[in-house]
Design a protein around this ligand. Structure first.
Ligand code: ADQ
Length: 502
């Protein structure tokens, strides 16, 4: 697709971060699923990326950003945030209220009213920054729960260009969402965007159910392929767009000689034990303690698997300034040492644990070397690790065990083994099943999974969203007919889109 204007992406963080190290500010890549996914949408368009650039807002930092933009199809527009704003907007409102609430964990929320004040102020600032780089034909695409009010401030600034919003995390059911003191303002602000995108049908249904309960004056119209909501004469389209990965890029890199050699070497070092892999940001939504406890049950129930199976758990440090996350690290490290203490014998350590950022090559090496990807999120918008693992299975042999509460399970359920992350014995049984699964079944499942992920890449996701956003303009129609994935009509039951093993 080609946009008539430019694309203005707005996200909390820019894809590069300026950090103060000894000797002055330095640039590094931002971590996490959003940065990885968005980086690949610029192949077919150009424009600007608006977001926070990290701790430093000095002149030198802007120089570094200008330098980093050379050769990219987009420029950077940094939004300055003070230390207090980072603490109350990012750590506070976004990550101590919205993150736990939207992941169905209201008891972890800290509903501090000051957080709300700062959230409003910072959303207004992001809107102003976006307006400064936007021309009439541009499309503004805002990302994630940090920017739910930005639509309202764009309208207040008189910005009439098309504005869309994609939520990367789940949207909760009304009984959970209504706990939020600012629920109505947030829903009405979201309806100031022209286009809203959710990861799964379940999230979209939840959003519409919340509207029905909290903003009954909004009228929902079930149109194909998206639905529309009309409030005070404004129409917002609402669709399902499951995010994906750059499949070919991952698959080609995983197939490279480098990665093959490293992965064989790693397997050799483990004496070719059956390798179970967990890769996550260190976050309480990812179900890491549950996974470790399930692995302990496996080793207790099936002593014949001792010496034969190893769990490699890789965690990337995340949000370490928030107390909940520090506690989680301690819990995970204690469990790892308890389990290793209980089972380690000469020549075999049951759990290998890494707490650090990996390069793409290292990540692909572990994906390729592993026999099982174990994803036990208690709740997850999508989970890109599941899709990256499939892309890296160039030998078509790995098994995916995935939580039914990860968005990716809606697409992957017929090729993966689906588990309830609270059912620890069930997870242990799933690992056992994967260990004894016949090779033909593994291949059939992995082929299906790879087909699903290959067919709908992150480029398809971005095009589908932007096409749907453009079709909200009275003067523009989408250039191509909507694809199956572009948006799923609300009448389609969740899961209808998935395929089965032939
Ligand atoms: P995340 O919660 O960050 O993303 P996820 O989708 O799994 O979760 O993405 C994690 C990313 O970080 C993957 O690309 C993975 O390769 C990378 N990663 C993980 N551990 C790493 C390590 N140790 N070193 C280097 N890289 C590592 C949010 C939502 C998700 C949603 C994405 C995209 O919470 O539900 O899928 O956005 O929409």
């Amino acid at each position: 697709m080609t946009l008539e204007g430019r694309l203005i992406v707005v996200s909390n963080r820019l894809p590069v971060e300026v950090k103060h190290r000894g000797g002055g500010p330095r640039l590094s890549r931002s971590a996490g699923g959003l940065a990885t996914a968005l980086d690949s949408i610029w192949r077919f368009t150009h424009g600007s990326w608006v977001g926070w650039a990290g701790s430093a807002d000095s002149e030198r930092a802007n120089e570094l950003l200008a330098k980093a933009a050379r050769g990219r199809p987009y420029g950077f527009k940094a939004v300055p945030l003070s230390r207090d704003e980072i603490s109350k907007f990012y750590s506070g409102f976004a990550n101590e209220i919205i993150w736990p609430l939207f992941h169905d964990m209201p008891s972890r929320c800290n509903f501090d009213p000051e957080y709300w004040e700062v959230y409003q102020r910072v959303n207004r600032r992001f809107a102003q920054a976006a307006v400064e780089v936007t021309n009439g034909k541009d499309v503004i695409w805002a990302h994630d729960y940090h920017l739910m009010l930005m639509g309202r401030y764009l309208r207040e600034a008189g910005k009439m260009t098309t504005a869309g919003f994609f939520l990367h995390i789940p949207f909760p059911a009304p009984d959970i969402f209504e706990k939020l003191p600012w629920r109505k303002t947030i829903l009405k602000s979201l309806l100031q965007y022209d286009m809203l995108g959710f990861q799964t049908d379940r999230d979209r249904w939840n959003f519409v159910s919340c509207l029905e309960r909290i903003v009954p004056e909004a009228e929902s119209l079930r149109e194909d392929p998206c639905m529309s909501v009309v409030l005070e004469g404004r129409r917002t389209r609402v669709g399902t767009f499951p995010i994906s990965i750059a499949f070919e890029e991952f698959a080609n890199h995983a197939a490279s000689r480098d990665v093959e050699v490293l992965s064989n070497q790693f397997r050799h070092e483990l004496s070719n034990k059956f390798l179970v892999l967990g890769v996550d940001r260190l976050d309480y939504t990812k179900g890491i303690p549950e996974r470790l406890r399930a692995f302990r049950i496996l080793l207790r129930r099936y002593p014949e698997l001792r010496h034969r199976v190893t769990l490699l758990q890789v965690v990337v440090p995340s949000r370490e300034e928030i107390p909940n996350y520090k506690d989680l690290r301690r819990e995970v490290e204690l469990l790892v040492s308890q389990i290793n203490g209980e089972f380690t014998e000469g020549g075999w350590v049951p759990i290998h644990y890494m707490h650090r950022n990996l390069t793409r090559k290292q990540l692909l090496t572990y994906y390729r070397a592993a026999d099982i990807a174990l994803i036990t999120s208690l709740k997850d918008g999508m989970n890109l690790v599941a899709k990256e693992f499939c892309a890296a299975q160039v030998d078509e042999m790995g098994v995916v065990i995935i939580s039914e509460f990860a968005g990716a399970s809606a697409e992957l359920q017929h090729g993966a083994i689906v588990v309830n992350p609270n059912d620890l014995a069930g997870i242990a049984e799933a690992i056992h099943r994967a260990c004894v699964m016949p090779v033909e079944e593994k291949r059939a499942r992995m082929r299906l999974l790879r087909d699903i992920v290959r067919t709908y890449s992150v480029q398809n996701w971005a095009e589908a969203f932007l096409n749907a956003a453009l079709s909200t303009r009275p003067d523009v129609q989408p250039k191509e007919a909507p694809t199956e994935h572009e948006a799923i009509p609300l009448t389609t039951p969740p899961g209808a889109r998935e395929q089965k093993i032939a």
